[in-house]
Design a protein around this ligand. Structure first.
Ligand SMILES: [Zn+2]
Length: 404
């Protein structure tokens, strides 16, 4: 049996006035996702436990069949895994955003969507100036990631860490707010605040930032540290789920990090950007190619989530239509070649255009394939899922059902 998961990140939404009172899934023309619905079932899955923050880290664990209440240790260690950085048992990973906060307000958590080409030298200079320093019983390392998403590693010399019990704030949730009310708190506050402060003068004088200012772009005025955690202990997917060997296609470190930690093979697709301009067709082609070598292939597309954060209903609809045409369609054509197969289309979490933010609540899924008896569903959208008989709450229990 071959298994394919397609994740249109954050696609689940509410009716939108701009779309004539329809949700983006309803407004979009999705003939291939509708084919999945007609041939199979449409239902609801609740991927974010009420106690946790709705985001791709928690929700992706659920979607891949792992209880986040048991396995989630923080966002940064998942990204660290995708970057190939090893964390030892006493080590902590901390998300290190390059941000634009010129007046002590969080003006831009992406520092003007800073490119990786501009971001890396800034992180490298921080590593040169601050890396290797002994702070609070551990050693500091800065690692350049993708664009504004970088990682700080604190390698502890013993089991105790000031980062345990420390509270930090995601910068994307405090747009234009004064940062003073959201600084790290608890035992690791001095460690994290100290590094955030130390980054300011180092970045201010860097030629990359000076050039960005002269080009009318936002400079990275400091790093913002958050999302810390230790390496989670995840049983390999093949061990948890009957020997199935998986592969993951995603442009987002966080999502492929979860895959990598489960022992899935990571496939890098040229032209995959993690943004609205991603090369959808290339992702479809690589997924089809991977079917030959793997039992399970997962394709994640970030674009619908990005469109939601930007409040662009038309772009969200367009992203969904491209996923349908260039990824779901070609996969449905290719799969019968392998005999028995199953398909799952499901976002990780809701991202609503109204709030431009992630939200709790169940998301619609569509599943079809060998041995799945069709229900009455003829479309893939939220109202159809609401009417469906299948509900997975907690959402991580869906995987065992879907694998059959
Ligand atoms: Zn998002």
């Amino acid at each position: 049996m071959k298994y394919v998961i397609v994740i249109p990140d954050g696609c689940a939404d509410e009716p939108v006035a701009e779309l004539g009172g329809l949700t983006p899934l309803q407004a979009a023309k999705l003939p291939n996702m509708d084919r999945v619905a007609k041939a199979g079932v449409v239902g609801l899955s609740n991927n974010v436990p009420p106690a946790l923050t709705p985001a791709s880290d928690v929700a992706t664990l659920s979607l891949f069949g792992y209880d986040p209440l048991k396995y989630y240790t923080g966002r940064a260690p998942l990204e660290t895994a995708a970057m190939g950085i090893h964390l030892g048992p006493n080590d902590w990973a901390v998300r290190c955003n390059l941000v634009y906060a010129p007046d002590a307000h969080m003006r831009d958590f992406t520092a003007g969507h800073i490119s990786s080409e501009d971001g890396a030298p800034l992180i490298h200079v921080l590593q040169k100036e601050l890396g290797g320093k002994e702070v609070a019983g551990g050693t500091i390392e800065f690692h350049a990631g993708v664009q504004y998403r970088n990682i700080l590693v604190w390698r502890g010399h013993s089991e105790t860490s000031p980062l345990a019990g420390t509270k930090t704030q995601a910068p994307h949730d405090i747009p234009d707010q004064p940062v003073s009310g959201y600084l790290p708190q608890g035992p690791g506050a001095d460690l994290l605040n100290g590094l955030m402060e130390a980054s300011k003068p180092i970045l201010a004088n860097h030629p990359v930032n000076k050039r960005r200012v002269s080009e009318g772009k936002k400079p990275a005025t400091q790093v913002w540290l958050w999302g810390q955690g230790k390496r989670p202990t995840l049983d390999p997917f093949a061990q948890s789920y009957r020997g199935k060997r998986g592969a993951i296609i995603s442009a987002v470190d966080l999502v492929r990090g979860v895959g990598v930690l489960l022992g899935w093979h990571r496939i890098d697709v040229p032209g995959a950007t993690g943004y609205l301009d991603t090369d959808y067709a290339a992702k479809g082609r690589y997924a089809i190619e991977a079917l030959g070598a793997f039992d399970l292939v997962c394709v994640h597309v970030e674009a619908p989530d990005e469109a939601s954060h930007e409040g662009k209903a038309d772009e969200k609809v367009k992203a969904l239509e491209r996923i349908d045409e260039h990824i779901v369609g070609p996969l449905l054509e290719a799969l019968p070649r392998y005999g028995a197969y199953r398909v799952l289309v499901e976002p990780d979490h809701r991202t609503t255009l109204r709030t431009r933010a992630h939200a709790h609540g169940a998301v619609p899924f569509a599943a079809c394939g060998t041995g799945i008896a069709p229900d009455a569903a003829d479309r893939y959208d939220e109202p159809t899922a609401e009417r469906g008989a299948l509900r997975f709450d907690p959402g991580w229990t869906l995987m065992n059902w879907w694998l059959g």
